[in-house]
Write a new protein. Structure first.
Length: 270
């Protein structure tokens, strides 16, 4: 029983207080991959400990009930079933909460697909060009992943800059960022609003996946190309976040052009 309680306390500490520790300082911006791994490591370990402590408590209760009288055994049995019911309720809530997120995502993608001008099959994903004056590019995970690029973005950027943006979106697909964002969103819905853990994980995930993809694209297609692309997109859309990401890229050191290698699926004639 002491072990069960210890696991429960440790799980609660990881889930509730890890955000307070991991948001201190500015190291996350400099080392986004390490910060991302730390966030989700704490989250997954906390969930595993919480589930393990609950399963151990149920097992211990069932084992102890065999040596109890009828009344005590009944209480233990009811408590066990209530614990299992709590697990089922949490699972059902997660499922119900995740479905509207998936529906809204599918609706947004369907709206873009309706104005698609071309679909080019590439290794690992489909490159979709769609008509829009807005400079937009996004990665769509799934059974057949897609990268969507607007005509407005193609007109705004040079070929080298567009290739850097494609490298950024390709990194989202390769690293499974879509699933990480979905987990963070569902986690934020499951926890009470007064707790910082859920909102903190969601906010950190949205930022860190962008920085990780920026770093990958900078190493592959050139930091200057990506920074210039982000700067142009920021001026066109008025998004200050894009400008800050461009500034971050300009302040760091990156491999020389001779050491860069653009992945074959996203190569463009430049």
């Amino acid at each position: 029983m002491v072990l069960v309680l210890s696991c429960g306390v440790l799980a609660g500490g990881l889930l509730l207080f890890a955000p307070l520790v991991l948001t201190r300082g500015r190291w996350q911006v400099r080392f986004p991959r390490l910060a991302f791994a730390s966030w989700f490591g704490a989250f997954l370990v906390g969930c595993a400990l919480a589930l393990g402590s609950l399963v151990a408590m149920v097992a211990a209760s069932l084992s102890a009930s065999s040596s109890m009288d009828a009344a005590a055994a009944t209480v233990v049995t009811v408590g066990t079933w209530l614990s299992l019911g709590a697990i089922g309720a949490i699972a059902a809530f997660v499922s119900v909460s995740a479905e509207p997120l998936a529906d809204s995502h599918r609706e947004a993608i369907s709206a873009l697909a309706a104005v698609a001008l071309s679909r080019e099959e590439r290794r690992g994903f489909t490159l979709v060009r769609f008509a829009s004056e807005e400079p937009v590019a996004c990665a769509v995970p799934g059974r057949r992943p897609e990268i969507l690029v607007s005509t407005g973005l193609e007109m705004l950027l040079s070929a080298a800059q567009l290739q850097a943006v494609l490298a950024h979106e390709y990194a989202h697909l390769r690293y499974g960022h879509g699933w990480a964002v979905r987990v963070a969103e569902v986690n934020a819905l499951c926890l009470p609003r007064f707790l910082r853990a859920g909102r903190g994980l969601r906010r950190a995930t949205l930022l860190l996946v962008e920085l990780i993809a920026d770093d990958a694209a900078a190493r592959q297609a050139g930091a200057a190309n990506l920074a210039n692309a982000l700067d142009r997109m920021a001026k066109e859309s008025g998004d200050a976040g894009l400008a800050l990401r461009a500034e971050r890229l300009a302040l760091r050191r990156w491999p020389r052009a001779s050491h860069r290698r653009v992945p074959e699926p996203i190569r463009l004639p430049v």
